[in-house]
Design a binder for this molecule. Structure first.
Ligand code: GLU
Length: 422
């Protein structure tokens, strides 16, 4: 592939490639495809923030509303230095597909701010979060577009955002945001739901595809933020079924063939800010981590981690995509040819938006559930989505990602058709 072709592998271009593959199989008419290719609305805003030193800095904010034929727009807000319009468009598009796969009554949207949160004080972060809501207030709301956390945003930020929204609306509006702290109307277990949802799917996959393998299954996790760190802890406590042999954060990657004591490692990262120099751990490069001969590789960082450059070096038997868009379509072609099983993001990481839906329902009804109720419902949703995707992949003799797209796109197209072109 030439450099020029590689440059075209932006997240949104990748998303469209995936969509086109499914639409070819489904024989979706070009009119319908034209409608779902592009977002319905895009809003850009400058967000001025008074910094602690008295200066004013202006941050670039985005909200892309991809499609709302199936319900209000839904999707997180990302705070990251690399956020740009192309990325937010891709992420919004994947939300529409994700909510379709999981059959939650939403469309898809995404927001973002181009910012390095590590450079902001807590006060600056609060003013940026509230500033975001003031700018985007006209287009968000509990029945319009419901944001949630994403990379480098968290429950505290959702609490500030929900509060700012409520002030502007003149009434408490908890259902305008999900992923809030439990004390502010958040759902129990929303914080671990993306990781837990991925594990529910993983359990099903293992039942079907890995049942003859001897345990523990070895696991490498690329990125131990909220989602990757969460999955590491859950797998660590899962009856010795798994052995986490490698982990990475944005700076370091570490390997231990005996397996890591994950809670201890996470505590060290929290205290010292690094996972390097840990007893018994060998420091490796990020590329070496991706190429490890493990049973399960879990990319849990950002887009385009596995590309044409490194796809041929992947030796994992299975990849559980907890990040959004970690594998480019070109890389996926190579992996499928090499018989790597890929559990796609739009299924594997959909536990987050599923519990967001539970949170929103609880906010709207004013009746709150306990952990066992949330877990029972999450497990049921994830397992039945996996079953549907697996069956669709058999019916159409295609890979799981394309099958998930087929499921979601048919629902979106049907919903769009029912409404007509307007
Ligand atoms: N940001 C998460 C995602 O990418 C969660 C979205 C939500 O809960 O609305 O799926």
């Amino acid at each position: 592939m030439t450099i020029k072709e590689m440059e075209r592998e932006t997240p949104f271009q990748n998303a469209l490639n995936q969509l086109e593959k499914a639409c070819d199989i489904l024989q979706v008419e070009s009119d319908a495809l034209n409608i779902i290719r592009e977002p319905q609305k895009t809003m850009l805003a400058s967000i001025p923030v008074k910094m602690d030193n008295g200066e004013t800095r202006v941050f670039q904010g985005y909200r892309v509303q991809h499609n709302n034929a199936r319900g209000p727009y839904k999707g997180g807000i990302r705070f990251h230095p690399n956020v740009d319009l192309d990325e937010v468009k891709a992420l919004a598009f994947w939300m529409s597909v994700k909510t379709g796969v999981l059959d939650v009554p939403y469309g898809g949207a995404k927001g973002g701010v181009t910012v390095d949160v590590k450079e902001l004080s807590p006060g600056e972060l609060e003013r940026l979060s509230r500033g975001f809501v003031r700018q985007f207030y006209p287009i968000i709301g509990p029945d319009t577009d419901i944001p949630a956390p994403d990379a480098y945003t968290n429950p505290q930020i959702m609490a500030w955002m929900m509060d700012e929204y409520s002030i502007l609306a003149g009434q408490k509006t908890p259902a305008a945001f999900t992923g809030k702290p439990v004390e502010n109307g958040g759902s129990i277990d929303r914080d671990t739901s993306t990781s837990q949802g991925g594990v529910y799917v993983l359990e099903e996959v293992i039942k079907h595809r890995f049942k003859d393998r001897k345990k523990p299954l070895t696991v490498a996790i690329y990125g131990i933020g909220n989602v990757g760190g969460g999955v590491a802890e859950i797998l660590h406590y899962a009856n010795n079924d798994f052995k986490i042999v490698a982990l990475s954060d944005s700076k370091n990657a570490v390997y231990n063939e005996k397996g890591f004591d994950v809670p201890f490692l996470m505590a060290k990262k929290n205290e010292e800010g690094t996972i390097a120099g840990f007893n018994g751990a060998k420091e490796i490069s990020h590329e070496e981590l991706l190429a490890l001969d493990v049973d399960i590789l879990i990319p849990a960082a950002l887009e385009n981690t596995i590309t044409v450059e490194n796809a041929n070096g992947i030796r994992a038997k299975m990849i559980l995509e907890l990040a959004n868009g970690p594998i480019t379509p070109e890389a996926e072609r190579i992996l499928l040819k090499n018989n790597t099983l890929i559990i796609p993001d739009i299924l594997a990481n959909a536990g987050g938006v599923t519990v967001s839906y539970f949170e929103w329902s609880q906010n709207k009804s004013g009746y709150y559930w306990d952990s066992s109720e949330v877990q029972a419902k999450l497990s049921k949703k994830m397992k039945s989505a996996y079953k549907n995707v697996l069956e669709t992949s058999k019916t159409y003799k295609t890979d799981l990602r394309t099958a998930a797209y087929i499921l979601a796109v048919s629902k979106i197209v049907k919903a769009q058709e029912n409404l007509g072109v307007r």
